[in-house]
Write a protein that binds this ligand. Structure first.
Ligand SMILES: [Zn+2]
Ligand SMILES: [Zn+2]
Length: 369
């Protein structure tokens, strides 16, 4: 057992924090198989931080991983798991100057290298050397050097650990919203009412756009309404999707939404997005489908209607900083996260958290080690 002195910022009080040699962590063994185990507490190098996790959030990506694995995030079995978290610095490598013991921080799950050809073109989400940090469903996590240097932030004051942990999700939404060219003169249609879809609704309203939310769950569609959606449509009650197209035309002067954001990650909703969008509009394929998925599009629409189809993935440091400013905004933060973070569970109930998530009764679940 090693002992480390945790100092507060001004050194007025010293707490003795014991870092145990082993810790509880939930490991991913395969679809629907996560296990709580005792593993070695991570060691850090002189350029890294050891963070005691206070809250980790389940997100749609983790749910998909729980259900089917993940091509980028899960490299070997068993694997540590979870990527949205906040916590307290309990150990810092001797070369780390920007953070101190006891500091409340949020570390993102990756950082670009700033050197590859994509980074030089400022396409940071395409960075060739991006490594993903995965392991938030645990008591401690080692934050690697590149993330310590470029993508770790002090928590805004008076913010809960749960709210802070949502920074990663909000950052991808800020990135997606910017690339979708959302503005107050446009109608934005968001397909999907998971945490990401709902954050898109809130952000589009913050930009004074007209917003349509499409989902399959009345409870979540009501949350979309509370976040400002002007119209909501439940597709589970429709006989066929042509009916939906007509209903959406009815609320958009017969022309369809300027922007459609697919935040589900299924071929059927990708195809739906290209049917609903107006001529000359933008479709943002934000939800990643299973690797190898195929979709069918009407070439007439793509060519003669001049659709702009874009894929947007992940976040960049610039969008993280914008998201951090949004999180510092008390009214925005409270309005959003009271409704989106619906449950809190202890680490040993991670599997249950995903089952709740899957059933549609939870939007995001905070996991507390
Ligand atoms: Zn995520
Ligand atoms: Zn790079």
């Amino acid at each position: 057992m090693s002992l480390h002195l945790v100092k507060t910022e001004n050194n007025t009080s010293n707490d003795l924090e014991q870092i145990p040699e082993s810790m509880n962590a939930c490991l991913f063994y395969g679809p629907y198989d996560v296990r709580l185990e005792k593993v070695k507490t991570p060691e850090i190098t002189e350029n890294e931080l050891l963070v005691k996790i206070k809250a980790a959030l389940t997100c749609g990506t983790d749910l998909k991983t729980f259900q089917r694995g993940h091509p980028l995030l899960i490299k070997q079995i068993p694997s540590t798991f979870g990527h949205q978290f906040s916590g307290i610095v309990v150990k810092a490598g001797k070369n780390v100057k920007d953070f101190y013991l006891g500091q409340k921080i949020i570390a993102l799950n990756s950082a670009p290298c700033f050197k590859c050809r994509f980074c030089i073109k400022e396409q940071f989400s395409l960075c060739k050397n991006m490594k993903f940090l995965n392991g938030a469903y645990a008591e401690y996590i080692a934050v690697p050097e590149s993330i310590v240097q470029h993508n770790t932030y002090e928590m805004p004051p008076d913010i809960s650990f749960e709210e802070a942990a949502s920074l990663e999700g909000l950052s991808v939404v800020v990135h997606g919203a910017e690339r979708s060219e959302i503005s107050s003169d446009k109608t934005v249609c968001v397909i999907g009412t998971g945490s990401i879809g709902l954050m898109f609704v809130a952000l589009a309203k913050l930009n004074s756009a007209k917003v349509i939310s499409i989902g399959r769950n009345d409870y979540k569609l009501n949350v979309a309404k509370e976040l400002g959606a002007d119209y909501t449509f439940n597709t589970s009650q429709l006989a066929d999707l042509n009916q939906l197209d007509k209903q959406i035309k009815d609320v958009t002067n017969g022309i369809g939404p300027d922007i459609v954001i697919e935040a589900v990650g299924l071929p059927a909703t990708w195809e739906l997005a290209t049917k609903l969008v107006c001529r000359g509009g933008i479709v943002n394929f934000f939800g990643g489908c299973k690797k190898g998925s195929k979709v069918e599009f009407d070439t007439y629409r793509l060519h003669y209607d001049e659709l702009k189809l874009i894929g947007v993935f992940h976040h960049t440091p610039k969008h993280v900083r914008i998201a951090l400013n949004l999180l510092s905004n008390v009214s925005f933060r409270q309005k959003i996260f009271e409704k989106i973070i619906t449950h809190t569970v202890p680490l040993r109930e991670l599997e249950n958290a995903f089952l709740m998530h899957q059933s549609g009764n939870a939007i995001q679940v905070a996991v507390r080690p």
